[in-house]
Design a protein around this ligand. Structure first.
Ligand SMILES: [Zn+2]
Length: 211
């Protein structure tokens, strides 16, 4: 006997179609500049989370619920500190990456407050941070080990790099843009456009054979 698979519960939304108070902070499709001066386009498609209960009950990977990625405080802009909340669709890929890392280390992987998705207006965001793409995580603890020293951060950064070959981890150090109290890892400026998302062209001449 086969059991039915429940539909993914989060509503897919076009950020460009949201009310101005959300558009102004999510800035769908707008451009941010990274620390090297390169333009990076922000995501346009988001999942809508209507309550904390839904965030807690919606798993993106076996051990990572949506709630892991939306712990923010007063540093986040007010419109995104109440529900509904919005997360870029690529957050599902981050959850899979963290699940793979968790499998490798064989224990819990904890994402810190303000360490998952952050809007471009979050006070800690300066320019194009992959946190605004939903593809970055600040890990402050692995199992019983707190990543509050360079030795432990470096140890888990190496494991992350070996496990996720294209991952980027923030360099160690006390200076700005470095880290000495958590492990930052990210997948880069990944944009996820689910099949249900309406694309920008409906020109059938561009349609090829389905693969
Ligand atoms: Zn970070």
């Amino acid at each position: 006997m086969t059991s039915a698979i429940a539909a993914f519960p989060l509503r897919l939304v076009d950020g460009c179609g949201l009310e101005p108070r959300y558009r102004d902070v999510l800035r769908p499709g707008a451009t941010l500049v990274d620390h090297r001066g390169y333009a990076r386009r922000l995501p346009r498609w988001f999942y809508e989370v209507h309550s904390w209960e839904q965030a807690r009950d919606t798993y993106l990977a076996p051990h990572f619920a949506v709630s892991e990625f939306i712990h923010t405080d007063v540093r986040e802009t007010p419109a995104l500190r109440v529900f509904p909340r919005y997360v870029p669709c690529a957050i599902t890929l981050l959850a899979l990456a963290l699940e793979r890392l968790r499998e490798e280390v064989g224990t819990y992987v904890y994402v810190g407050a303000n360490g998952g998705y952050c809007s471009p207006l979050h006070s800690r965001i300066g320019g194009a941070s992959p946190h605004c793409w939903g593809t970055a995580a600040n890990i402050y603890r692995v199992g019983d080990t707190y990543l509050d020293n360079q030795d432990d951060i470096a140890r888990y950064a190496i494991i992350a790099q070996q496990t996720l070959p294209t991952v980027w981890t923030r360099p160690l150090g006390p200076e700005l843009a470095k880290t000495d109290d958590h492990l930052h890892l990210d997948l880069g400026y990944v944009i996820s456009e689910p099949r249900e998302a309406v694309g920008i062209s409906n020109d059938v001449r561009l349609a090829g054979d389905p693969l």
